[in-house]
Design a protein around this ligand. Structure first.
Ligand code: NAI
Length: 739
């Protein structure tokens, strides 16, 4: 057998060790499913087999689920049948059902089956475990189980949506599956997902022991007197859960996620029928979900792109791997302190420098606070936290930079100051530095090539742009200036990977990529406000697009004074070419009146001090531009949503045309991780691809007439529309040609 090793012991227990060759983690490929089916057949027909124990031969965990690469590569789609819609659906259904058929075969083989889950078991890994009659879980520190499929636009389609509610009740199961929650061993035991938790080296023994002592070969849902814990859909309490759950899910996701809606259907319909029919219902909804553009885009972005970029796929070829052991962070403010924290967390010696000792100490104190939180949450021991803190040296002395592999400059956003700091820092950096150290700036707006003018080694000068809060935000934009060398880009990527961030490489441009696309979202919100659209309507429309907050709320979060500063700097830099945004004068007035946004509790909204109390709209927000659209019909809401999404997307298309960003995968991942762009779309580029470029251009032309030039499609989009191209298709064709 290719993917399982089997071994029959003296007690007649068939130990099956899952170990897909050549992979660091097990996934259910077609081959693995075929092998599991053979195991089930053997258990059924071989009288010598008294019971079966499944476990994993990998140190990384038990199983990460279905093989998404195989699923998306078309192995799951009908290639060899007539391509009419019905036959495609039928073939997809057969593929989706195969997993259910095999798990069911194991569950009904007539012999007791126990699983020894010796590590991570997610998605299909947990689903196969649910099809076993007894589950033993290791209590190792990195062990977790769960059904996270919704995070990639799917729902559990290997029996999970049927077995979990039958095991732990509808409410708990729906919550776990609709949030994609993962459970640590103690939580999984308390929730009833597993039967026993033991030390890692005892899992197989405990599983075998159950077979020898109790060994019931019938699943509880196959017994005559089975009742769904807490009641099923036909039970009054159960029915209520569905009504509330449905409303809640629609409110949370605004209908953007068909996976969650289909999950509800699958559970609701499936629980009313016997199990064998239930898994067919599940397969039907699963296959429907798999064919949605949301699922395809999300799988592509979250799984494939993120994995590749998380391994540094944008790194220039041929540069040997580098290691950063000492970093100097200049400016110990909000960003600098965060950068020092994530660096030390990765074991890097960190010099945290500010104008005076007190300012530097304040930055280090911020790191200490974050570490204390980790300790109090049981994520880290006190000793570990102290050893991380000890890696950080807070100082005002530039000489301390000597010997660093990398500098990250995060002083105030001011060109003159940054230039002066660059000169001051490069003296010790290059005086006695290691071989070719690099200099990164965390500027959010100033062109890298401009700042590089102050550097004595422009080839080693680069933008390393973090997002706030640094400890939480995954994205780091690596910005290449005109003179930045490949070796410097590679080193910056190596550093980003070492501190466990996702690096996306972009070329120099005002605001780079992320902010350049994100700022139009807030600007569009301001324009709507100036048009008299009710602020609540603007922010609701924003959230309905799938963004984490509406544009005005988002501006309050970012800070209105910062945005005003950016606006005035941009106006200064662009001179006559600058076109003021309606509402920007009013926002500047708010700042002058001390309304700085959420940080001081006053912005477009008033934020009460009491924790958890809801914000309320500030009356001045309504006075400055009288409301003429207080309510909107569904078509008008759709139009507001479209404006907020498309204005970002068309900006991304311009970035492509200008070569600011070149890889659609990096753009998609960057948009979701950097500014929370609608995850259901798969990212800002996938959105345009899935609308279809020709249709997108048509809409942009219409919107340009109505709202102005900011919606005007760039020539690149028109050319792509004529040729019938997609961004992904175009990029992959180019990459294939280059290879
Ligand atoms: P901040 O005002 O919190 O911190 C700036 C720090 O630089 C202060 O502690 C200040 O004392 C220090 N500083 C000033 N002159 C110095 C000098 N000559 N030598 C050493 N230290 C000096 O500012 P924040 O928000 O941390 O921003 C820093 C940089 O990061 C700016 O370039 C900003 O544009 C950029 N950025 C900010 C983001 C944000 O959300 N706040 C996001 C991404 C980038």
């Amino acid at each position: 057998m290719e993917t399982f090793k089997t071994e029959l012991d003296a007690d007649g227990i068939l130990l099956c060790t899952f170990d897909v060759p050549g992979k660091s983690m097990n996934t259910f490929t077609k081959q693995a499913l075929a092998d599991l089916a053979a195991i089930a057949e053997q258990a059924k027909s071989d009288a010598a087999v008294k019971g079966v124990v499944l476990t994993s031969g990998k140190t990384t965990g038990f199983c990460a689920g279905a093989d998404l690469e195989e699923m998306l590569s078309g192995a799951w789609e009908a290639k060899n049948v007539a391509q009419d819609e019905q036959s495609i659906l039928k073939a997809n259904f057969d593929a989706a059902f195969e997993m259910n058929r095999v798990y069911r075969l194991l569950e009904t083989c007539g012999k007791p089956v126990a699983v020894a889950i010796n590590g991570l078991a997610l998605g299909g890994g947990l689903e196969v475990s649910l099809a076993c009659h007894y589950r033993v879980l290791s209590n190792g520190p990195k062990v977790q189980v769960g059904l996270p499929e919704v995070k990639i636009g799917l729902f559990p389609g290997g029996g999970g949506s049927q077995r979990l509610p039958r095991l732990i009740g509808v409410q708990a199961a729906l919550m776990a599956m609709s949030e994609g929650k993962s459970f640590k061993p103690a939580e999984a035991l308390a929730a009833g997902i597993v039967d026993e938790v033991v030390d890692d080296d005892k899992v197989v023994e405990a599983a075998k022991n159950w077979i020898k002592t109790k060994g019931d070969p019938v699943a509880r849902w196959d017994k005559k007197d089975f009742k769904i814990p807490g009641g099923g859909p036909y039970h009054p309490a159960g029915a209520q859960i569905f009504i509330m759950g449905n409303a809640l899910i629609r409110k949370q996701s605004y209908g953007n996620y068909p996976a969650v809606i289909n999950l509800m259907h699958s559970v609701y319909e499936g629980l009313q029928v016997p199990f064998d029919t239930a898994i067919k219902i599940e397969s039907r909804f699963f296959c429907k979900t798999l064919s949605t553009p949301q699922a395809k885009s999300m799988i592509r972005t979250f799984f494939m792109s993120m994995q590749a970029i998380g391994k540094g796929s944008g790194r220039p070829a041929g540069v040997p791997k580098t290691d950063v052991t000492q970093v100097a962070v200049i400016g110990a403010g909000m960003m600098g302190a965060g950068i020092a924290y994530v660096s030390a967390l990765a074991g890097i010696r960190t010099i945290l420098l500010d104008r005076d000792q007190a300012a530097a100490d304040k930055g280090k104190a911020h790191c200490e606070d974050l570490l204390k939180k980790s300790v109090s949450r049981g994520k880290m021991t006190q000793e570990k936290a102290q050893s991380i803190l000890d890696l950080i040296t807070a100082t005002p002395d530039y000489a301390a930079i000597t010997g660093s592999d990398l500098v990250v400059e995060a002083v105030f956003e001011n060109t003159d100051l940054k230039e002066q700091v660059t000169k001051q820092a490069e003296a010790p950096l290059y005086a006695n530095g290691k071989e070719a150290p690099i200099f990164g700036t965390n500027t959010s707006t100033i062109p890298i090539s401009l700042l590089a003018g102050a550097s004595s080694h422009a080839e080693n000068y680069i933008g390393i742009h973090f997002f706030s809060p640094v400890d939480k935000m995954m994205l780091v934009e690596i910005i290449r200036g005109a003179k930045t060398s490949d070796a410097t880009v590679a080193k910056a990527i190596d550093y980003a990977l070492k501190i466990k961030k996702t690096p996306v490489v972009v070329n120099d441009s005002r605001f780079f990529f992320a902010n350049r696309c994100f700022i139009p979202f807030t600007a569009e919100g301001m324009i709507m406000w100036s048009e008299g659209v009710a602020p609540a309507l603007i922010d609701n429309a924003g959230r309905m697009t799938g963004m984490p907050r509406g544009p005005l709320e988002m501006m309050d979060d970012v800070a209105l004074d910062l945005l005003t500063k950016i606006t005035s700097e941009t106006a200064k830099a662009m001179g006559d070419a600058y076109q003021p945004i309606p509402g920007e004068k009013e926002v500047a007035q708010m700042v002058a009146d001390g309304r700085l946004g959420r940080k001081n509790g006053k912005g477009f909204y008033d934020y009460p001090e009491a924790k958890g109390a809801p914000k309320t709209l500030w009356s001045g927000t309504l006075d400055m531009f009288p409301v003429t659209m207080a309510e909107a019909n569904p078509a008008e809401v759709e139009e507001l949503k479209k404006r907020l999404l498309y204005v970002q997307a068309v900006t991304a298309a311009r970035c492509f045309e200008e070569g600011v960003i070149t890889n659609p995968r990096e753009a998609d991942v960057g948009s979701i991780l950097g500014w929370g762009f609608a995850p259901w779309s798969g990212g800002i580029i996938s959105l345009m691809d899935s609308i279809g470029i020709a249709k997108f251009v048509e809409e942009l032309d219409r919107m340009t007439k109505l709202y102005g030039e900011r919606f005007a499609p760039p020539q690149l989009l028109r050319d792509m529309a004529t040729k019938g191209e997609t961004f992904y298709g175009r990029f992959d064709k180019k990459a294939a040609k280059a290879a």
